[in-house]
Write a protein that binds this ligand. Structure first.
Ligand code: FAD
Length: 495
């Protein structure tokens, strides 16, 4: 017998009794029996994404084509139940969690790369294609797909579009929206349409831009036309070691101010270094206050000059040591600690809560001090590992669920961090989205009039509010939702 997970909430029964049976029967006709899941033992893997929130779905359906997605949407509409699109479930804000029940539509079977056109530098990929598989499909021709969330080995193109995902290389190349030319979508009445096209600009409103980052609230993305980039000739990677966090964060501003646009500028603080060196050591100095990983790439001459300039700026900015990778193996070693950092935090505490905020780069020294103060105020250790070049922070609040009151302090400290980010001119998410987790904080940034304008855009696409209800807009999040234990990281992924 399956043991009930004490953290699991059940979705409200949006499709009760006979109606639910009729809906399930209709879904089975559309996609085949095997691809409609209702048994709790089958749907349990869809109760959670990578966040701390869990709700057991009522029905999960796995269509294999855009026509099937459209038919599923029409069936859900006839049964008057919510629709929750789902990619790979790696989201960190509860976006794919079926908070109000209904039908979870998994795009996991839509994994066809429909077209590769290297001449026009375009790939058309279905929503369920894994991010890294786009680059794999074109790498031998000398191209890559630039948006590279740290979850790129698992997350889907549809999820990337919905969350407008970024990654370590966002600093140089931008986020998902800068690489999506057009989208095939299914709207609330089951209409299939294309937004945008294959050119970098199309006449009329930028409806593709509206859809990117809409977190599954406007419709279902079934395919995307994506822009490719040429593989760079050379890449150089440096690790700078600092005794003062202030120096490390200052250097970030100096490097970008010098006109270098690094492909990546990643920071780890002392607590993160301690975790890495305790878990799977890579040789970061344990007594350093911070290490900064700098990567530059381009034609060989540029990469070499930019690396040398970055080295000089780090040294002049107070780095006590700058290591420059001599070959690919050494480069991989330097990255290994960064990539394993989140997993390694388990060596320091039984639980951690990944926060996600953003500030202007120039406010990094100030915000790092404030995060330190918040940690002290709540008696919590906070490990910082972040995309410093974008001002994109991931403070990890370390704690132990079993200690009464600790989770309350973690939630309160996390909220204070977001308030500090907003006060510093930043925002409540750098890349993970709002989902369920952060909707209660939307009014830190937006007035009622702002939110109403957004709600009207939403209604223009989805008048019934059927797609992903309970997400993004600030209805209060329930205590039960917030009191979930943090998830552990899937193996092989990094943030
Ligand atoms: C280890 C780890 C590292 C991460 N690193 C990064 C990072 O560097 N940068 C970053 O930005 N994020 C990162 N993330 C977060 C996450 O991977 C991204 O948000 C990713 O884009 C989610 O994709 P997914 O396919 O897993 O989507 P899901 O989690 O399944 O869904 C995410 C949201 O998108 C909606 N959605 C999914 N598919 C569709 C679709 N086809 N049509 C419409 N809506 C849809 C869902 O309803 C939900 O709201 C990380 C997560 C983990 C676990």
């Amino acid at each position: 017998m399956r043991r009930e997970n004490p953290r699991t909430q059940h979705a409200p029964d949006a499709a009760a009794g006979a109606d639910r049976r009729a809906l399930v029967a209709r879904l089975r006709e559309i996609v085949g029996d095997r691809h409609v899941l209702v048994d709790p033992a089958d749907v349990v893997v869809y109760e959670q994404d990578g966040s701390i929130l869990q709700v057991l779905p009522e029905v999960v359906v796995l269509p294999a084509s855009t026509a099937e997605v459209a038919a599923v949407v029409r069936a859900a509409r006839e049964a008057d139940v919510p629709i929750v699109p789902r990619g790979s479930g790696t989201g960190l804000a509860g976006g794919a969690v079926p908070a109000e029940g209904g039908v979870v539509v998994s795009l996991a079977r839509m994994t066809r790369v429909r077209e590769v056109n290297l001449r026009h530098r375009i790939v058309v990929a279905e929503a369920g294609v894994i991010n890294l598989d786009v680059t794999r499909a074109v790498a031998s021709g000398g191209y890559f797909y630039a948006p590279d969330p740290s979850s790129q080995a698992a997350c889907s193109i549809g999820g990337n579009v919905a969350n407008n995902s970024g990654g370590p290389h966002t600093l140089a190349y931008g986020v998902t929206t800068n690489h999506v030319l057009g989208l095939e979508v299914v709207l609330g009445d089951g209409t299939i349409t294309w937004l945008g096209g294959r050119a970098v600009d199309v006449p009329g409103y930028d409806l593709t831009g509206v859809f990117v980052g809409s977190e599954g609230t406007l419709g279902i993305v079934t395919a995307a036309a994506l822009r490719l980039m040429r593989t760079r000739e050379a890449v150089r990677t440096l690790l700078a070691v600092f005794d003062r966090m202030d120096d490390a964060t200052d250097v970030v501003v100096r490097i970008t101010g010098a006109g270098i646009v690094p492909a990546a500028l990643e920071m780890m603080d002392r607590t993160t270094i301690e975790a890495v060196e305790t878990g799977a050591p890579v040789g970061y100095p344990r007594d350093a206050e911070a290490v900064l990983l700098v990567e530059v790439e381009g034609v060989r001459e540029y990469a070499e000059r930019a690396a040398e300039l970055a080295r000089q700026i780090c040294t002049r900015g107070g780095a006590r040591e700058v290591r420059v990778a001599r070959d690919e193996a050494e480069r991989q070693r330097l990255w290994k600690g960064r990539k394993g950092a989140f997993g390694a935090l388990g060596a320091l505490a039984p639980n951690y809560y990944v926060q996600d905020g953003v500030v202007p780069r120039s406010r990094l020294p100030q915000i790092m001090r404030e995060i330190g103060e918040i940690g002290r105020r709540y008696g919590l250790r906070i490990a910082n590992v972040f995309h410093a070049g974008d001002g994109n922070l991931h403070p990890n609040l370390l704690f132990d669920m079993r200690v009464p009151g600790q989770l309350d302090r973690v939630i309160a400290a996390g909220a204070d961090i977001l308030r500090a980010c907003v006060a510093a001119g930043g925002s409540i998410t750098g890349e993970h989205g709002i989902g369920l987790e952060k909707k209660a904080y939307m009014d830190l940034l937006f007035s009622p009039a702002d939110l109403d304008a957004m709600a009207r855009v939403r209604r223009a696409f989805d008048p019934d509010g059927r797609f992903n209800p309970a997400k993004v807009f600030p209805t209060p999040i329930t205590c039960a939702e917030m009191r979930r234990a943090p998830a552990t990281l899937p193996a092989g992924l990094w943030i």
